[in-house]
Design a protein. Structure first.
Length: 235
């Protein structure tokens, strides 16, 4: 009899165990927290440096090409909507770019130089953001200061002239910017600048053998290609 009761009790225990286990409360899975996506909206200030090439029509039919370095600063603001970013940027940089033509023969020395002193631009930037990476293009208005000088010396005469002018042109650019931290970003940018044709007024002197003033007005064209590295602090 005791064995029968023990067997019945064991069977009841086995039948009730799953039900009791099903009634036990289960621990809810912890929610998966997605990594925050970087937001490009906001204003920034920064510095830039790089190099480039200048081609001037003041040299032999614009065939000369002068390399140099540059450095300056920029300030701007961006607004982001989904992946699309649009903003405005102002920048200024000093330049050592210089295009030069030189010819020296026995008894005759001739040279012309065009020096790019500085540039400033106001541009619209737009692009697509991939989290911390921004790929963008830019279009802007640019102003540049150029100094000109020419001279020719031979045994019978002497001629020298100089001029300075501020050009207005168009800036086209493409770039890549990456957010290092929440506030600091770095960028690599290419610019093509076309200053078109501008009338430049020269003052000069010609001696043959007496010396007289020799003013002259010339339509000149300047183009430049720049590569700039930059760093920005976003507020």
């Amino acid at each position: 009899m005791n064995k029968t009761l023990i067997g019945i009790a064991a069977a009841v225990a086995l039948i009730g165990t799953p039900a009791l286990a099903a009634d036990l409360p289960l621990k809810a899975p912890e929610p998966v927290v997605a990594a925050p996506v970087y937001n490009w909206s906001g204003c920034y200030v920064g510095l830039n440096a790089g190099g480039g090439w200048q081609v001037s029509s003041f040299t032999t039919e614009g065939s000369g090409s002068g390399a140099g370095v540059l450095g300056g600063a920029q300030v701007g603001c961006n607004a982001q909507w989904r992946q699309f970013v649009i903003g405005a940027e102002g920048e200024f940089w000093g330049s050592t770019l210089s295009d030069r033509e030189f010819n020296s023969e026995p008894g005759d020395t001739f040279q012309r130089t065009s020096h790019n002193r500085w540039d400033g631009a106001v541009s619209v930037r737009s692009g697509i953001a991939f989290d911390r990476t921004l790929v963008y293009g830019k279009l802007g208005v640019v102003w540049g200061k150029f100094d000109y000088a020419s001279s020719e010396i031979d045994p019978s005469d002497f001629f020298a002239s100089s001029a300075s002018a501020i050009f207005t042109g168009v800036l086209l650019g493409v770039g890549f910017e990456y957010a290092l931290t929440e506030h600091w970003t770095t960028k690599l940018e290419y610019n093509y600048i076309d200053y078109g044709n501008t009338i430049v007024n020269f003052t000069g002197v010609a001696c043959d053998p007496g010396c007289v003033s020799s003013p002259q007005s010339v339509a000149l064209k300047e183009t430049k290609q720049l590569i700039k590295l930059g760093v920005n602090y976003k507020f």
